[in-house]
Design a protein around this ligand. Structure first.
Ligand code: SF4
Length: 359
């Protein structure tokens, strides 16, 4: 697991909520979540995807429960994975009860969508007795009709929706609550979470909903989630991308690392230009693809030429600096060897392994 670095942005204190062994809020590091993208009933595929997510740095995983078969698969999934499991349920209170029996660590369900009071009470009592927290997930695309008609998907309407769901749980003296207020519009999402952080003491799960494909979604999330994290708001994040969920985790880690909320492996690479004597872009991609092998905190620089190369290399733990068809390997600011372009990445990783223990 990555370490939290000394933060520049003091975090707003929230109540701490336990999701299995993982604590959200209460000053704990911001946790990374993702969601599987295969049918939950396909247990082997889910377990395989969760293993990839965990290896990438995912700390909590959510699965969609669309059918009874999905819900019945939760126990086998729980037994086959190591990180906390969250069941995502929309309206069916029986699914929520069954998910708790199957051993999930958290529910994502909006109590206002369950139906009558007796059903709500049954779910809440069971969750309480098993210490299963509930995330209230308000989404700009599924706001209550009256709020939508009166206000539209505004920050105030999102927070009011959350307030109604919270009130139902609090009425049952249930306080293991996490809240999300996701919107597709980044300024709306930012304003909604800011408002929510003033209103609620519960941990906030940040995200831009339906943010888009890899590049667009990463940018929208970096701005939306990143702005809030700079405000000290947010206890857990999910970067939603129309892409392999492993990409979600990589982007989430990069957002946290960029704000120094985590110390991971950082790859600095120059944009390359006409001075580059090597294919620095290709080398940087290769290095980036292999950083999962390494443990942070660690900074690696990949520089195309000697103009800025040695300078960046001095400030990085390890570096490649390009010459003509060959390059220099640096360690702790010192040039340690010159190798051909083809051998640069392997030589860099050999040098790192020699000096650091691999994961
Ligand atoms: S380090 Fe060299 S190759 Fe890279 S952008 Fe700067 S001048 Fe260009």
């Amino acid at each position: 697991m990555l370490m939290e670095s000394k933060t520049l942005y003091p975090r707003k204190k929230t109540r701490s909520v336990k999701v299995g062994p993982c604590v959200l809020g209460g000053g704990q590091p911001v946790r990374i979540q993702s969601m599987t993208k295969v049918h939950t009933r396909d247990v082997a595929a889910v377990i395989d995807q969760v293993a990839r997510l965990e290896a990438a740095g995912c700390e909590i995983v959510r699965v969609a429960c669309a059918t009874e078969e999905d819900v019945k698969a939760l126990g086998r999934i729980r037994a086959g994975i190591r990180i906390p499991l969250v069941a995502d349920i929309h309206f069916n209170y029986r699914f929520a009860l069954e998910a708790i029996d199957q051993g999930v660590d958290k529910l994502r369900i909006n109590p206002g969508n369950i139906g009558d009071e007796a059903r709500v009470a049954e779910v809440v009592e069971k969750a309480k007795s098993r210490r299963i927290p509930i995330r209230i997930g308000v989404n700009s695309g599924s706001l209550e009709k009256d709020l939508m008609q009166k206000f539209g998907p505004t920050p105030g309407a999102l927070v009011e929706s959350a307030r109604r769901h919270v009130a139902i749980l609090e009425k049952h003296d249930f306080r293991d609550i996490v809240i999300s207020l996701k919107a597709t519009d980044v300024p709306t999402m930012i304003a909604a979470y800011r408002l929510a952080s003033q209103r609620f003491e519960y941990p906030l799960h940040l995200g831009v909903t339906e943010a888009g494909t890899l590049i667009r979604g990463s940018v929208y999330n970096a701005i939306g989630v990143g702005t809030l994290l700079q405000d000290g708001i947010g206890d857990t994040i999910r970067v939603s991308l129309t892409a392999d969920p492993v990409e979600e985790v990589k982007v989430a880690k990069m957002i946290l690392e960029s704000l120094r909320l985590r110390e991971g492996v950082r790859v600095i690479s120059c944009p390359t230009c006409g001075r580059s004597g090597i294919d620095a872009a290709k080398l940087a991609r290769e290095v980036e693809d292999r950083v999962a092998e390494l443990e942070g905190p660690l900074t690696i620089a990949v520089m195309g030429c000697v103009v800025n190369g040695p300078g960046e290399a001095q400030g990085a733990d390890f570096a490649i600096t390009g010459g003509k068809g060959q390059g220099m390997i640096y360690a702790a600011g010192e040039q340690v060897r010159v190798v051909s372009e083809e051998e640069l990445v392997d030589a860099l990783f050999r040098e790192i392994r020699k000096r650091r223990s691999p994961r």
